[in-house]
Design a protein around this ligand. Structure first.
Ligand code: SAM
Length: 212
């Protein structure tokens, strides 16, 4: 994603009650933060946040946490949430590498990864959010019957991800190389910003659901 230096983004982050910026540790605190026992679902690399904000509006009985590395994109989601004030939606500005400091064992019900950065060079494979190194992190924070839902237009990244699910000792519940023409998997699909852009260009969207 191309980054612009959005003026005042950091100030907006600091003032919003919906964002935690670069937290050290939050594991075990989510029931208290949301004030209820509802399941927690997260999106890593949420960008401008259309997907997770839509989900939070549709499902008030689920708590959502969006994670994004850059203030310059996250600010769009925060500005929207400052207006909507959805009680079940929070954001964290951080690099997901430290995700196990933020969620405790089994604290997350579902992980969404949408159009994650491909990191095409082999030496950067560990940085891909569907690498076995990331699955090892998800293994800690995801409850036993939890799922990872991953969508991408990038076929190379998708093929890598299908292999990494197995390499990590996880299983595939379902997958498709053309989500928008897969009646079952596309049911209730919520488009992300990137998904809208790529499907308008005629690119098929891949999706997999992984579990243990
Ligand atoms: N999910 C959105 C969508 O589908 O429209 C945005 C996709 S964009 C290509 C990928 C986003 O993931 C970027 O905003 C990037 O900053 C974020 N990202 C990539 N690696 C990350 C990491 N390790 N931790 C947090 N965010 C990350």
């Amino acid at each position: 994603m191309r980054l612009r230096n959005v003026k005042g983004a950091r100030d907006v982050m600091q003032e919003s009650e919906y964002v935690f910026a670069d937290p050290d540790s939050m594991a075990g605190q989510w029931k208290e933060i949301f004030g209820n026992d509802n399941p927690v679902q997260i999106e890593i690399g949420m960008g401008k946040g259309k997907f997770i904000t839509t989900l939070a509006g549709l499902n008030p009985g689920i708590n959502y946490v969006g994670i994004e590395k850059y203030s310059s994109v996250l600010i769009r989601a925060v500005e929207k949430q400052n207006e909507l004030k959805l009680p079940n939606l929070k954001f964290i500005r951080m690099d997901a590498e430290k995700i196990t400091d933020i969620f405790g064992k089994g604290e997350v019900d579902r992980i969404y990864l949408n159009f994650s950065d491909p990191w095409p060079k082999d030496r950067h494979a560990k940085r891909r959010l569907t690498s076995k190194e990331y699955f090892a992190r998800y293994d800690v924070i995801l409850k036993q019957d939890g799922e990872v839902h991953f969508k991408t237009d990038n076929r190379d990244l998708f093929d890598f991800s299908l292999e990494e699910v197995e390499n990590a000792g996880w299983k595939l519940k379902a997958y498709t190389f053309d989500l928008h023409h897969d009646e079952k998997l596309n049911e209730g699909n919520i488009m992300t910003e990137y998904e809208t852009r790529f499907s308008e260009e005629g690119k098929p969207i891949n999706k997999l659901i992984a579990y243990r």
